[in-house]
Design a protein around this ligand. Structure first.
Ligand code: AMP
Length: 278
């Protein structure tokens, strides 16, 4: 497995691979990899090209009071996991490799990024769309795999690729849960033992709502999930049921619903969702 640290080397290698007729499958991550990330690498592997995993804690997607400085890192373990799952390249640049001094060009999606996480994290998706565009350019990816854990992010990336005619196919992978059903996340590392137990209320409530989630039950589901998380001591950022492909309000004609949560347990903000298609 190759480890590449600079943007120039990454792009040079990618252009060589493409010139040799190879397909490049990118898995963008912020590192501190877990089984959710591993499932993305497995899916990327099945695409049959050269699998590149990027590990980059992207500063521009963090707000001023967010957890950029304490975001967990373990590069050695990340490389072991990538190698075990058959990644060919790990691209792990420092921020200075990605952002030149005076960087002033941004990619902004203007509809899907307004609600849900965009309401409390107003610059977040601008940072995500910009860094993903840069990663596509640096790795010359033909396919990129994203997780449904970040359902809004995956939708925004798909919209960006469509709107800007980017020659990349986006694959959205299922959400992977831990044994206690909590959605796997690098940020789970921040939770104390009691917060972790309380945080199970999110997935418990979402998974309980899932089997009967329909346009006519969506409002009740939101109220029930909200109450369950609050009863466990969580502070709600949002609980919303939206049409899953547009993030518009659910109507009687909606063919799919995304029931999405962001909630705080102590200092840790967690997100989770269920998606029902009918
Ligand atoms: P992150 O490192 O948190 O930025 O995540 C990198 C990629 O892994 C994103 O596409 C996430 O949606 C995906 N991911 C993170 N956690 C999970 C999970 N529990 N299940 C599936 N995908 C995940």
């Amino acid at each position: 497995m190759e480890i590449i640290r600079t943007s120039s080397e990454m792009q040079k290698r990618a252009l060589e691979l493409r010139a040799a007729g190879k397909k490049i499958v990118l898995v963008p991550t912020m590192g501190f990899l877990h089984a959710g990330h591993a499932s993305l690498i497995d899916i990327a592997r099945r695409e049959g090209g050269v699998v590149a995993v990027s590990i980059f804690v992207n500063p521009t997607q963090f707000g001023p009071n967010e957890d950029l400085d304490k975001y967990p890192r373990d590069f050695k373990h990340d490389c072991e996991l990538c190698a075990e799952h058959g990644a060919d390249i790990v691209f792990a640049p420092e921020p200075a490799e990605i952002y030149s001094p005076g960087h002033s060009t941004w990619v902004v999606e203007e509809k899907l990024s307004k609600g849900l996480c965009g309401r409390t994290r107003p610059i977040h998706f601008r940072g995500v769309a910009t860094v993903v565009t840069k990663l596509f350019n640096l790795t010359q990816a033909t396919v990129a795999v994203f997780g449904r854990k970040d359902a809004q992010q995956a939708l925004i990336i798909k919209r960006m690729v469509r709107d800007l005619n980017m020659p990349v196919r986006i694959v959205v992978a299922p959400l992977v849960r831990d044994a206690d059903k909590v959605a796997l996340s690098s940020r789970n590392r921040y939770l104390s033992e009691s917060e972790r137990i309380a945080a199970r209320s999110i997935s418990r409530a979402l998974l309980a709502a899932e089997p009967t989630l329909r346009p006519e039950t969506a409002a009740d589901a939101v109220a029930t999930v909200r109450a369950a998380i609050e009863a466990a001591g969580g502070k709600i950022d949002y609980v919303e049921a939206l049409s899953a492909d547009t993030l518009d309000p659910v109507t009687a004609g909606s063919r799919s619903i995304l029931l999405a949560v962001a909630a705080w347990f102590g200092p840790t903000r967690l997100i989770d969702n269920v998606l029902v298609e009918f």
